[in-house]
Design a protein around this ligand. Structure first.
Ligand SMILES: O=C(O)CCC(=O)C(=O)O
Length: 327
């Protein structure tokens, strides 16, 4: 059995971008990008033959604080109105596991919105695939330079609402984008009041077609996801499974990626893998999902989908390191 008894510690090096903001290098699509660049099918990529043993220090701390016990469920709050809006942060901090607040957007201007509405309010705004959140986007290689900014209307026609556009490359290129303030306003994005402006990054938008997916990875920051249109499924794994998921760290950061697709992976291909450890988290329009730092997740668009998310600022400690309040 694989063991992490004496893992090698890697200290993450924060970088500063041109705005002086510190961040840890983060390229959620590095692995897929390589595939596209070399025009190779996923199955031909070399697979790690054993699970990762070089874990960044923060991930080790997370695993240590999580403990070894199994976990098979996650808290789900059925009625967002049961708590004052500003209390959510504390709730997440106490739980430090994926958590869904059902109907968080109920009663807001995003409640019940459709792609047709978005086309009317924001269709002329431009999605620029070069506007990924981190400077690591530079490492995408030459193919990205060929990508053209596209209006939201054109992207909806060409990808999201086009029954024959199943190619995941579109999603890889045009997901997880920062958009300017005028675009954010046109989309009507609401920043949850429990998130302080100076503690989070600007939101990213994700427009996916049914069947599009994001590979198994950890986020190096706490993540707050707001689902506006269509359903998504998050296949989450608790931190004590990280050592069994054949993960690799990007540039020694807490951004870990795994070749495991929880929909199909078996212990024959990945002997150390524990398929039973998966926690399935479904979200639908109106829901808020908290994905904690370091929790591996694989995400599938179960329906044509629009969501946006906020990552907690990189210069702040992840929630699991904050002192828990007792009240
Ligand atoms: O929705 C997706 O495709 C992936 C979302 C995700 O992995 C994230 O927000 O960290």
């Amino acid at each position: 059995m694989f063991t992490t008894s004496s893992p090698q510690v890697i200290h993450e090096q924060p970088l500063a971008d041109e705005h002086g903001v510190h961040f840890f290098p983060f390229d959620p699509h590095q692995w897929v990008t390589t595939v596209i660049h070399h025009q190779a099918p996923l199955s031909t990529l070399p697979r790690p033959t054993q699970p990762i043993i070089r874990l960044p220090k923060r991930i080790q701390d997370l695993i240590h604080s999580f403990g070894q016990g199994p976990r098979h469920s996650y808290p789900r709050i059925e009625d967002a109105s049961t708590r004052k809006n500003d209390a959510w942060f504390q709730v997440f901090q106490q739980a430090v596991c994926p958590m869904v607040v059902k109907g968080y957007l109920q009663g807001t201007k995003l409640d019940g919105i459709t792609f047709a509405d978005l086309r009317t309010s924001a269709g002329h705004h431009v999605l620029d695939p070069n506007q990924k959140p981190m400077l690591m986007a530079r490492s995408y290689g030459s193919w990205l330079e060929e990508d053209q900014p596209m209006t939201l209307s054109a992207y909806l026609d060409r990808v999201v609402l086009n029954p024959s556009a199943v190619d995941e490359i579109w999603y890889v290129r045009y997901r997880n984008l920062r958009v300017d303030e005028a675009f954010r306003q046109a989309l009507g994005l609401i920043q949850p009041p429990f998130l302080n402006r100076d503690e989070i990054n600007f939101p990213c938008v994700w427009f996916g077609r049914q069947g599009h997916f994001s590979k198994l990875h950890t986020d190096p920051y706490d993540n707050f996801v707001l689902c506006v249109i269509g359903k998504k499924r998050f296949y989450c794994f608790p931190p004590n499974e990280i050592a069994h998921l054949y993960m690799q760290s990007l540039n020694h950061t807490s951004f870990l990626t795994s070749p495991i697709d929880p929909r199909t992976a078996s212990t024959q291909t990945f002997p150390g893998y524990h398929p039973e450890a998966v926690i399935i988290v479904d979200i639908e329009p109106g829901d808020l999902l908290y994905v904690p730092f370091g929790w591996p997740h694989f995400v599938v668009c179960e329906e044509n989908n629009f969501m946006y998310n906020y990552w907690r600022s990189t210069h702040l400690p992840p929630l699991f390191l904050l002192e828990k309040k007792t009240s």
